[in-house]
Design a protein around this ligand. Structure first.
Ligand SMILES: [Zn+2]
Ligand SMILES: [Zn+2]
Length: 367
């Protein structure tokens, strides 16, 4: 009998450990911008002023992604008659970073080109600078730069923290190049006025590109590509439509703590949404479907569209539209993937394009 009791107790402990007894860390939303510039490249202010802008405007993390460098070593800037030595990230970060409140990520925008088209990618929390690799075609160039960033990140805690930037800038990337590049993230929204998020009469918009890329990845059995929103800010003095200002697009990450490792883990799991103003109080996305709760602002109306790709179809479609602050989509089993976007009737202040409403994009989930 003793054996049996021991066995029962063992099973009880095992089941307990696997299910309810493991401590669940509470999660918080952290607001961050993962693409911006300073005097270290073509931004028009000091990196400390960029950090100050974001820490003063309710952000918890920031990647200043100057072109093809990290903010380290000697760098000067000629301003009027003066030649000014710029401060390194290691020199100014302590003035802004506070545990749980604000975090800076040493980051770079790897800026390359192929076939006379721009190919830009961000690498986050880098220890060493990554040199652009080049490539015979745009598709090869993107993929080889992804590999180079991955190589630089491989010894750290965030080996796949790479985004493909503004795919329609200079009509640089096709959906096919985006699909095949191997990166986990791309910019579905970039706030820079030249990036053509919405496409034109002969080029698809970034959302459609997202769905096309994910259809390809599902067919190949690869992980889905996830969408972030960023500012790509360059101008911090004059504000208006047509200027590359901060405050246009950001990423809300639901993570256990404000550390690079926790943010990265949450993003890899798709536990985040991209926003230009719409705030979510909660979301769930799993094999059963998607549930969204929107933080309602007075007199603002919200429309949630669940966009998916059904098996056997040749294009994505809006599978369901919900008006109001709560939206639920239950999977039917016919979907390859479904994502959600929320459109509000509140006009975005200082938008990417005149007349834009505030939006949010929730990550696709495959079935
Ligand atoms: Zn760029
Ligand atoms: Zn940029």
């Amino acid at each position: 009998m003793k054996f049996r009791y021991t066995l029962i107790i063992s099973i009880f402990l095992l089941v307990g450990t696997l299910s309810g007894f493991r401590k669940q860390e509470p999660k918080h939303f952290y607001k961050g911008n993962l693409h911006t510039h300073s005097y270290w490249s073509d931004g028009n202010t000091y990196p400390e002023e960029v950090a100050r802008w974001y820490s003063d405007h309710g952000y918890q993390f920031l990647a200043i992604t100057d072109h093809n460098l990290l903010q380290e070593g000697k760098k000067t800037k000629v301003i009027g008659k003066d030649t000014i030595r710029l401060r390194e990230l290691a020199g100014y970060r302590n003035e802004f970073e506070k545990p749980g409140k604000f975090l800076l990520l040493a980051s770079e925008e790897i800026s390359d080109s192929s076939e006379k088209k721009p190919v830009h990618l961000n690498g986050f929390n880098l220890q060493t600078v990554v040199k652009p690799t080049g490539g015979a075609t745009v598709a090869e160039c993107v993929a080889s730069n992804v590999k180079a960033i991955r190589e630089a990140l491989k010894t750290g805690e965030n080996p796949e923290w790479i985004t493909i930037n503004h795919p329609n800038f200079g009509w640089g990337l096709t959906a096919d190049a985006l699909a095949r590049c191997g990166a986990r993230f791309f910019e579905v929204f970039n706030g820079h006025p030249s990036v053509r998020n919405y496409g034109d009469s002969t080029h698809i918009n970034t959302e459609n590109m997202w769905d096309q890329a994910n259809k390809w990845r599902i067919d190949k059995g690869e992980k889905l590509i996830l969408g972030i929103a960023t500012d790509d800010a360059h101008q911090y003095d004059q504000y208006g439509v047509g200027k590359a200002n901060p405050g246009r697009g950001w990423t809300m990450v639901r993570a256990t703590e404000l550390t690079p490792a926790a943010l990265y883990q949450a993003m890899m799991e798709g536990s985040f949404y991209a926003s230009t103003g719409v705030e979510l109080t909660s979301f769930q996305s799993n094999k059963k479907g998607l549930v969204i709760r929107i933080k309602k602002e007075k007199d603002v109306q919200y429309t949630t569209e669940f966009i998916g790709w059904l098996a056997g179809k040749d294009r994505p479609e809006i599978l369901k539209t919900v008006i109001g602050p709560k939206a639920v989509y239950r999977a039917t089993g016919k979907e390859l993937f479904v994502r959600a976007r929320v459109i509000s009737d509140k006009t975005k202040e200082n938008p990417f394009a005149a007349g834009d409403g505030e939006m949010a994009w929730l990550q696709p989930v495959s079935f």
